[in-house]
Design a protein around this ligand. Structure first.
Ligand SMILES: CC(C)(COP(=O)(O)OP(=O)(O)OC[C@H]1O[C@@H](n2cnc3c(N)ncnc32)[C@H](O)[C@@H]1OP(=O)(O)O)[C@@H](O)C(=O)NCCC(=O)NCCS
Length: 173
């Protein structure tokens, strides 16, 4: 069997990244349907966003491939922190997915290593990833990569007034 390689993504990887992104989003929609509900044109919007990110030096997208068969991707970026904090910028992982049949072979680990290498090259000393508490795959994975949970995000449904927009009252979280 051919070895697995990690390389930087190009615009030619768009279809493969969209498939992997869709796998990640479908899983999140199963876990928390109301939070991760997507627009009908989500895929088109993601393609446009991806094209921008692939050209932006503050973003890094890498692919894991076996003989050019796409197995996973990671999207990392440099982001500003609130203006009172030091250091002013940090690294963030926006997305990471390994296709179902290729999991638990160390590919996620290779992708995070690529992102970490890029963070180091960018002189970023803080790396952040967030994950859904109810995703059984992500928490153990990120902890195994050295990330520790440090903050909890809460979510709360805000009821809309029935007579103002009645059909939205059913969309409580
Ligand atoms: C999370 C994900 C990227 C991990 O990729 P992977 O290639 O399977 O991960 P690795 O094989 O490199 O795993 C490295 C270590 O992480 C931990 N880990 C990974 N998946 C795990 C799981 N399902 N349960 C428990 N621990 C897990 C283990 O310690 C593992 O080492 P081990 O296999 O020697 O025990 C993959 O499961 C995935 O794509 N999931 C769907 C999308 C998703 O949830 N993405 C994260 C969004 S925040």
């Amino acid at each position: 069997m051919q070895p697995i390689a990690v390389r930087r993504a190009t615009i030619g990887d768009t279809d493969a990244i969209v498939r992997l992104w869709r796998e990640m989003m479908d899983l999140h929609q199963e876990i928390e349907p109301a939070i991760w509900a997507m627009r009908t044109d989500a895929e088109e919007a993601f393609r446009m966003y991806l094209a921008q990110c692939l050209q932006d030096p503050d973003h890094m997208i890498a692919m894991a491939v076996r003989a050019e068969e796409p197995l996973g991707f990671i999207h990392a970026a440099k982001v500003q922190r609130p203006p009172v904090l030091e250091p002013p910028v940090e690294g963030i992982i926006h997305g990471c997915c390994v296709t179902r049949n290729a999991r638990r072979q160390g590919i996620g680990c290779m992708l995070v290593a690529e992102a970490t290498k890029w963070f180091r090259e960018q002189s970023l000393t803080i790396a952040r990833a967030s994950w859904a508490i109810n995703n059984p795959l992500s928490g153990p994975f990120w902890v195994a990569q050295g990330f520790r949970p440090y903050q909890v995000s809460g979510v709360c449904a805000v009821a809309v007034e029935a007579d103002a927009n009645s059909d939205q009252t059913t969309r409580l979280l």
